[in-house]
Design a protein around this ligand. Structure first.
Ligand code: C5P
Length: 315
């Protein structure tokens, strides 16, 4: 009887993103505030007796299903670390926009680590999954943590913060393709480590019980908007809807606006071209978003409390 497990993983936006400077390893030192939002990808894994790893993506072609897919890279990394030789058939149902700065690929990688660690009873601890995740991509560790979190280093060192009250979120995506590496390269030309002095604002913006919206920035935004004016125009449209905050997420191309409630987000969405609206919803607190409820030791991974988030079946 093949065991089948299913896990949903929510997207993120960067409420705040400061780039302090370029590091010797070529990455950039960040201070960022990640926030989970209720837009989910779903990953299903069925154990197989052979050692093969097969991935199917729905809708087909949204992202590659070949060996480069982060889900398969995560699966191989997990096998190497744990010495497990089991296989799995994986189905990835994409809802999070690709190339939007909402962390879709990283979310899928984090989901694969958690799901397969459980399916294969590989027994890796949270600390191992964080380390494997960081090796797969800078944003992957955040998805293990979820909710509101501070990211430092490459963004891979995450600290869960006390969640803000639930907020309405509107996410829009213009039809442009943005390269994260190019955005960082353009920023390098104007970047100085002077900005390090401002980091204290980023920290306090996230640590306060009330979000300090006026202190939040995204240092990549000016570069993105200059290079892709359509993104700037969409952002301007969002700003006209009087949100608490509107910004590019990560390096774009998605822009988001945060409102005090879902109704306000829905009202604002009606003023935007429906072709560009990808999501109207709300922020997710850690207890609904964390792939790992950190409970080190043993195999008693506590399931996320959303109920529907983690499904287990036997065929
Ligand atoms: O870590 P990840 O593969 O997601 O990063 C994608 C690209 O984004 C990197 O190749 C790099 O150009 C840029 N990046 C960066 N500094 C970071 C995170 C990402 O320069 N902290």
């Amino acid at each position: 009887m093949a065991q089948r497990l299913r896990l949903t993983v929510p997207a993120k936006v960067n409420l705040h993103l400061q780039v302090l400077g370029r590091r010797p390893d070529g990455y950039h030192e960040l201070r960022t505030l990640f926030q989970s939002v209720d837009l989910f990808d779903e990953l299903e894994a069925t154990g197989t007796s052979g050692g093969e790893l097969v991935l199917e993506v729905e809708p087909p072609g949204w992202v590659t299903s070949d060996t480069d897919n982060l889900v398969l890279r995560a699966a191989r990394a997990l096998r190497e670390r744990s010495g497990i030789t089991s296989g799995a058939r994986l189905v990835l149902r994409k809802r999070i926009p690709v190339g939007g700065g909402m962390g879709g690929g990283s979310a899928d990688a984090a989901a694969a680590l958690v799901l397969l660690n459980r399916l294969w009873r590989a027994g890796l601890e949270a600390v191992d999954l964080f380390e494997l995740g960081a090796g797969l991509g800078s944003d992957v560790p955040f998805f293990l943590c979820g909710g509101l979190a501070l990211g430092v280093g490459r963004g891979d060192e995450v600290y869960g913060l006390r969640d803000f009250p639930e907020l309405g979120v509107l996410v829009c995506l213009p039809a442009v393709s943005v390269s994260t590496a190019t955005v960082y390269e353009s920023l390098d030309k104007e970047l100085t480590w002077r900005q390090v002095n401002a980091t204290v604002y980023g920290f306090s913006a996230g640590l306060a019980s009330e979000p300090a919206w006026d202190r939040m920035t995204n240092d990549l935004q000016a570069v993105v908007v200059r290079q892709w004016p359509q993104i700037g125009r969409l952002l301007h449209r969002l700003e006209q809807q009087h949100p608490l905050r509107a910004a590019v997420t990560g390096s774009g191309a998605a822009v988001f606006a945060v409102f005090s409630g879902r109704d306000e987000a829905e009202r604002a969405a009606s003023a935007i071209d429906p072709a560009e609206v990808v999501h109207v919803g709300c922020t997710l607190a850690r207890d609904r978003a964390a792939l790992l409820m950190l409970k080190p030791g043993g195999e008693e991974w506590e399931q996320p409390r959303a109920g529907s988030q983690y499904d287990q079946r036997s065929d």
